[in-house]
Structure formats: structure tokens, C-alpha cells
Design a protein around this ligand. Structure first.
Ligand code: ADP
Ligand code: MG
Length: 673
């Protein structure tokens, strides 16, 4: 091979990066071993026995004078037992954890050692993610061969980045960075690799984040490559809409609406995400944008993730638009065929200005002759692919619709910049006046009776309560069953109080009826599964109990809690948990108890659980970063974003190779549709 060529296979090997490292450079005294620690230990076998508690196991007690630890083997041979006789000296590596008789290591790697001290590893050991059939040894060999080729100049895994970008970074060269992450130099400690200040890791992280950023920004360019119709609102409908509202928009709502209006007045399709905490009033901003589109002679769709929510949006939009003489259609799976057909026809002819439905709306081939604006509520389940589809399916007369996406899962700014790089982001960071923050308490399940008594007293005073049911089971059916049973027991425990029920398996008509009855004050307690998670709005409900709160995500708990605290009354939320709580669960519940701020909660969630959970099932690819870590490397993000913008502007030849290197062909989310 000629010097300076790129061998794809070698390049692949070089960019197979370790997912973690092990420290086999020193022996840890057994007495200093901590639960959860992976370490090398040495000691003498004190006792070897085969036990039959629950499951047959070989137990070897190892001691080094500072303490003892048990080695536990579930699979073992007779020869192995004999080789572990009392007095044998062992060196082991494995993860210590608390067992029934003190610390233990299950299936450690081990080796007998003699009188002469055997050398330890000089440097940290990289551990690679394994694909099927591979072993650590095999991957290491492949990587080492590639590194040798890189050093000798036979392989040129060149810096794909332009020189000025590399220089601005003030980080090691790509070659040095690769050498470092595959073979951290002697003396590097695990802490050095976990911290943000490791230049070699940062160098690679920058490239990886850049590749993702480029991919998403390209997607945005692709979506915006066709024109949208500028929405001038000659009819002045938007200002009439705002003037007719019963309340004044908050400063934040006004600011965000100005940003939206500016987009809509342009001829590039808007791609805007409106973020805001639960209850901040995103719907009315979206409705004002809808008014502008309708006032410009266009049609608007609003898509919601559930039927319940679609119906509720339909009702609030009707209340706002009917006085202005604007029709609002509703399209859900459960409508009678006749109604459905006539709604579809009115949409297709262009006669119906505003159509509300579930996300399925677009998959079902709904046609709108003059679609100019698509509003998507709660984008959690609405990813990059769907946005592409919206562009393609919404295209009419050469124009693609503007897209406005609303989310109530606030995420920190830097993360939003990265995860939603294909969207412009607006934030409503202010709640309407007159809201009192929800008071949250965390209570053990054993004290349930006291909670029920409290609900009884509150309902007698005319207040209303949600009771959200356990999420214990994965199966929807069992969950609904649990809700039904809870409704029955609560009704028995709450004489004189009307207890109603809403869950995902009920026919939509019954769901709507239960919601409406609750809203009208005809029932006082509404037992629900998490179907009420998003968007449901009943201002008089000021109490919420959430069972098994320790099993739910923070974002979800915050969403649920956002159903109360919508009126002027002091609201409370009771988080019931089942003991014992793990330290992580305790920390998470404390976060919800101590904060009412969705952004703060999201930040903690990110710290506690990582971005994969926070971003949900959204297919950004960001959950599977190889070397970058969105928390550790957060300070790189602004530079990543600027560099991506610059490279796209220059139409740099490095874009495609970078994408190929870091993202590959499989999940090329920039190329869907
Ligand atoms: P979210 O942002 O969680 O979707 P909504 O749009 O459902 O919030 O709004 C929550 C409630 O606040 C609704 O009842 C809405 O009518 C009301 N609301 C919205 N904006 C204002 C405002 N500026 N002043 C008073 N109430 C408002
Ligand atoms: Mg909402």
C-alpha cells in the first residue's frame, strides 16, 4: 500500500473506541475494596467450599491480612475446586459487590501466583464494545495493527478537518488522540479519563459531535430547500385572535410569538421548536400562529400524541376560534365513519381551515389542499423521520408547510442545540401570573390510608384530585386493570365522593366523557393511568397522588404534576413510593420534591441518568455516542455548532467523510424519506 492512503478497514478499527477502561495497574488491598469497584486483588485462599443455598455455588474465601472477600462461582469444574485449595495464592480481577456474607466477586478472572512478584499491567486496559462473535483480544489485535500502520505512515487516517478548525481547537492531532484513547500512557488514571479535561478525548469528542451536528443541520437545509408560502395575514386574523383572548399574553409568550411570526412571514419553511415548562401556555402561541396562517388563506393541522389530547385541543381551539367564525375539525380514529368522511372531504377541498387530530393523521393519508402550517404538540414521539415526511406529504403547489413543534420536556440549552440541531429553538420561560407552585411531598406506601383521608377532607371542601396509578407492569392491560381496582377501592374508602376512571383501554368516547365530567366538577376524584400525562387541563384539580413514583422518569413525574397547580388554589402532589428506595431513586424523588422548574429537573435528570433517557426514543443517534459525552463535553457544544455552520457554508469536502466515519450508513437520518 502506498503511504498516505486510507484503508477503510484500518480506519474502522481506529475508530472503534473503548467504551470504558479498567485499572489493572495496581493491587488494591482487600480491606480497602468498595462495593461496585472493579479492581485487582491478591490474597491467600482461606477456605474453599461448595454450597447449596438456593443455587449450587463454589465459594472461595480470600484474605490478604487487610480483610477478606468471597469469590463466588456458579459454573466450575472439579479440577478448578482442586486448584483452589487452602493456602493457594491468587491474583483476581473483578467487580466487588455486597453479598450475603460481606463483599464478594462473582466469577472473577483469576490466576495462581508464585513466590516471585508478577508484573501488573503498566497502563489502563481499554475495553471495547463487542459485536457478535468478537472478543476483547481480537479487537485489541485489530486496533493495534491499525495503530502501527498509522504510526508508520502506511495508514493516513488524516485529519478530515480543515487546518484552521484544528488549530482553533488547540487540541492534540488526530493521530495522537487516537493513540492516547487506545493506549492511555502509563500513569494515566481512571479519573483522568472521566473528567472533562482530557484533551485527547476532547479532540475525538469534538469530531463525533461535529459529525452529528453536520448531519442534523444538513437535514434542516434539506427540509428548507423548498419554499413555503409567506404568511402575511392580510385579514389581520392574528391580532383579532389575540385581542379576543380572555387574558393577556405573558412577555415570554409575546417574545416567542414574535419569533414565530418572523419565520412565518418568510418564504423558507419554519422549523421551530417551542420549549416551555408545563402550563406555560404553549397552545395559545400555536393557536395565534394558526390564526396567522388562516388569515393568509391557508390551512393548518395540529397533531397531538393521544386522542384525549387531540379532543382537548379541539375544544380549546373551538372556544377561541368559533367567535371569529373559524371552523375547527377533529379527526381521530374513533369517529363515526360518516363524520370522518365529511371532515376528510372538507379538509381536502380546502374548505376546513383548521384540523386537529392525532399524530397518525399524516400516516393515514389526510390531504389538505392549502396546508401552510403543521403544528405538532409534544414532539417526544415525533422524530426526524416524521419531520421529513411532513415536508414530503405536505407539499402542495410546490410549497411545503411551516412546522411548529411544541415540547413540554424542557432540556438544557446546550443539549437542545445539539439534539435539535435541525430546529430553531424558542423558549417560553415564564408562567402566566397567579399560579402558586405545587407543593410536593414524598410518602411511603405504608401511609396510604393517611393520604386517602387527606383526599377525603379536600374533596369535602370542593377540591378535586387525580390519583395516578402504578406503572409497575409493562403491559398496558395490567396497568388498566390496576387502575380499575384502585378506583373501586378508593370509591369504597371515600364515602360521599364520586370517583371516576380514565385509562388507555377505555373506548375514546368513555374517556372523553370521564374527562369532561371531571372538568365540569361532576366527579371529584379521577383515577387515571399516565394517559393524563400530557396536556390535560382542569384548573380546579389541585391535588394529585402518584403511586409508585419511584418507578417513573423525572420528566414524566414533572409532566404529571403539571396537571395540578393550574388554578389559583394551593396545589399539592403526593409521591407514594414502595420501600426500600435505592439511593438513585431517593435522589430522583428529592429532585422532584425540591424543584418545580422543568429545566432544573431536566438538568438533574441528565446528571442522574444520562441523555438517552432524557431524549427518549427520539432517533437522533445521540444516545449512542462513541466517545463524546453530552454532559462531560458540554462546553464543546457551542464551538461544535459554529464549526458545523461554517463547514456547511463552505460546502467543505470533509462533511461526507466525517459523517461516514462517525455515523456510518446504517442510521443516516439525514437521508430519510
Ligand atoms: P402547556 O404549555 O403546558 O401546553 P397550556 O397551553 O395547556 O400549557 O396552557 C395552560 C393553561 O394556561 C391553559 O388553561 C391556558 O388557557 C392558560 N393560559 C395560557 N396563557 C395564559 C396567559 N398568558 N395568562 C393566563 N392564562 C394563560
Ligand atoms: Mg400542552
Amino acid at each position: 500500500m502506498h503511504p498516505g492512503t486510507v484503508n477503510v478497514e484500518l480506519d474502522d478499527a481506529l475508530f472503534t473506541l473503548p467504551s470504558r477502561y479498567e485499572d489493572r495497574t495496581q493491587v488494591t488491598p482487600i480491606g480497602a475494596l468498595l462495593s461496585g469497584q472493579r479492581a485487582v486483588i491478591e490474597g491467600q485462599v482461606q477456605l474453599t467450599e461448595v454450597v447449596y443455598r438456593r443455587r449450587r455455588a463454589l465459594l472461595v474465601r480470600l484474605s490478604d491480612g487487610s480483610g477478606f472477600v468471597n469469590l463466588r462461582f456458579f459454573y466450575f469444574s472439579q479440577a478448578q475446586v482442586q486448584g483452589l485449595a487452602r493456602g493457594t495464592q491468587l491474583r483476581c480481577f473483578g467487580e466487588a459487590r455486597r453479598g450475603p456474607m460481606g463483599l464478594e466477586i462473582v466469577h472473577p478472572e483469576y490466576r495462581r501466583i508464585g513466590a516471585v512478584a508478577e508484573p501488573l499491567e503498566a497502563a489502563l486496559t481499554p475495553i471495547y464494545p463487542l459485536t457478535e462473535g468478537a472478543t476483547q483480544g481480537r479487537v485489541r489485535q485489530r486496533v493495534d495493527r491499525a495503530l502501527r500502520a498509522l504510526r508508520s505512515g502506511e495508514q493516513d487516517s488524516a485529519d478530515l478537518l480543515p487546518d484552521h478548525v484544528v488549530q482553533a481547537l488547540q487540541l492534540p492531532t488526530l493521530r495522537d488522540a487516537l493513540q492516547f484513547v487506545h493506549h492511555p500512557p502509563v500513569g494515566t488514571r481512571l479519573e483522568d479519563l472521566a473528567a472533562a479535561r482530557n484533551p485527547a478525548q476532547q479532540r475525538l469528542a469534538f469530531e463525533e459531535l461535529l459529525a452529528h451536528q453536520l448531519s442534523l443541520q444538513q437535514l434542516k437545509q434539506l427540509i428548507q430547500s423548498d419554499p413555503a408560502g409567506p404568511l402575511a395575514d392580510a385579514a389581520g386574523l392574528e391580532s383579532r385572535f389575540i385581542a379576543a383572548l380572555a387574558f393577556k399574553l405573558t412577555g415570554a409568550q409575546q417574545r416567542v410569538l414574535t419569533e414565530v411570526d418572523l419565520d412565518l412571514a418568510g418564504n423558507r419553511p419554519m422549523m421551530r421548536l417551542v420549549q416551555g415548562d408545563v402550563g406555560c401556555g404553549k397552545t395559545v402561541v400555536a393557536a395565534a400562529a394558526a390564526a396567522r396562517a388562516i388569515g393568509s388563506g391557508g390551512q393548518v393541522v395540529l397533531m397531538a400524541p393521544t386522542e384525549l389530547l387531540a379532543e382537548q385541543h379541539h375544544r380549546s381551539l373551538q372556544a377561541w376560534f368559533a367567535p371569529l367564525g373559524i371552523d375547527v375539525g377533529l379527526l381521530t380514529g374513533s369517529l363515526p365513519a360518516r363524520t370522518r368522511r365529511s371532515t376528510l372531504a372538507a379538509a381536502a377541498s380546502g374548505e376546513l381551515p383548521l384540523l386537529v387530530g392525532t399524530h397518525a393523521l399524516f400516516q393515514e393519508g389526510v390531504e389538505l389542499a392549502h396546508l401552510r402550517l403543521a403544528i405538532v404538540d409534544e414532539q417526544h414521539r415525533f422524530g426526524v423521520q416524521q419531520r421529513m415526511q411532513l415536508k414530503d406529504k405536505g407539499r402542495h403547489e410546490g410549497l411545503v408547510p411551516h412546522q411548529l413543534i411544541m415540547t413540554a420536556t424542557p432540556i438544557p440549552r446546550t443539549l437542545a442545540m445539539t439534539a435539535y440541531a435541525d430546529l430553531d429553538v424558542s423558549v417560553i420561560d415564564e408562567l402566566p401570573p397567579g399560579r402558586t407552585p405545587v407543593q410536593t411531598v414524598v410518602i411511603a406506601e405504608e401511609k396510604r390510608a393517611g393520604v386517602v383521608a387527606r383526599i377525603h377532607a379536600a374533596c369535602k371542601e370542593g377540591r378535586q384530585a387525580y390519583w395516578v396509578c402504578p406503572l409497575i407492569d409493562e403491559s398496558e392491560e395490567l396497568r388498566c386493570q390496576a387502575a380499575e381496582e384502585t378506583a373501586v377501592t378508593l370509591a369504597a374508602a371515600l364515602p360521599g365522593i364520586i370517583v371516576d376512571l380514565v385509562h388507555g383501554r377505555m373506548p375514546p368516547r368513555d374517556k372523553a366523557r370521564a374527562m369532561q365530567a371531571f372538568k365540569a366538577g361532576l366527579s371529584q376524584v379521577l383515577v387515571a393511568t399516565t394517559v393524563i400525562e400530557v396536556g390535560v387541563d382542569v384548573p380546579n384539580a389541585s391535588l394529585m397522588v402518584i403511586e409508585n413514583a419511584e418507578r417513573m422518569g423525572l420528566a414524566q413525574l414533572h409532566q404529571l404534576r403539571g396537571r395540578v397547580g393550574r388554578g389559583a388554589a394551593q396545589s399539592s402532589c403526593v409521591l407514594l413510593y414502595r420501600s426500600p428506595l435505592s439511593p438513585l431513586a431517593r435522589a430522583r424523588l428529592a429532585t422532584i420534591r425540591d424543584s418545580n422548574d422543568g429545566f432544573e429537573i431536566a438538568r438533574r435528570d441528565l446528571e442522574l441518568r444520562g441523555p438517552g433517557e432524557l431524549l427518549g426514543t427520539r432517533q437522533t443517534g445521540l444516545a449512542e455516542l462513541r466517545v463524546a459525552d453530552l454532559i462531560r463535553d458540554a462546553d464543546l457544544l457551542p464551538q461544535v455548532r459554529d464549526t458545523a455552520t461554517q463547514l456547511l457554508l463552505e460546502n467543505s469536502p470533509c462533511i461526507e467523510p466525517l459523517r461516514r466515519r462517525w455515523i456510518g450508513g446504517a442510521e443516516e437520518y439525514g437521508r430519510v424519506g
